[in-house]
Design a protein around this ligand. Structure first.
Ligand code: FES
Length: 146
């Protein structure tokens, strides 16, 4: 019996794009208060394209697999497209996650959005708050950060 798909196991055992980007253009850090897992996403942006993405995840295997898959899905893409990445798309790309592990893929979606929001803010780039659907970013958009 296997709880996890081969893709989840593959991305868990050989996560892609793990690490830190020196002088990143944006960093997003999100966590799940319930399980205590933390995900940090670093992005490098050139002409509106995510030329590099790296992550550090202190968490469960599903969170590692989700962040790994998320980086693969957004690397080389325009920011506008990366913002549309949903946890559902990440889960599907992983050939599914057990229901009680779906929140791990939500962290990946949120970390991507938080990193892009950080990039916009640092560079004073006007953005549409409606594009940021994750709870974490919506919260920041209200100016109640930290
Ligand atoms: Fe919380 Fe996986 S158990 S992110």
């Amino acid at each position: 019996m296997s709880l996890y798909s081969e893709k989840v196991m593959d991305h868990f055992r050989n996560p892609r794009n793990v690490g830190v980007i020196e002088n990143p253009d944006g960093v997003g850090e999100v966590g799940n208060a319930k399980c205590g897992d933390i995900m940090k996403m670093y992005i490098k942006v050139e002409n509106g394209i995510l030329v590099d993405v790296k992550f550090e995840t202190f968490g469960c295997g599903s969170a590692i697999a989700s962040s790994s898959m998320a980086t693969e899905m957004i690397k080389g893409k325009p920011l506008s497209e990366a913002l549309k990445l949903t946890n559902k798309a990440v889960t599907e790309a992983l050939d599914g996650l057990p229901a009680y592990k779906l929140h791990c893929s939500v962290l990946a979606e949120q970390a991507v959005q938080a990193a892009i929001l950080d990039y916009y803010k640092k560079n004073n780039i006007p953005y549409d708050p409606a594009e940021f659907k994750c709870e974490h970013c919506a919260h920041e958009g209200e100016g109640t950060e930290e």
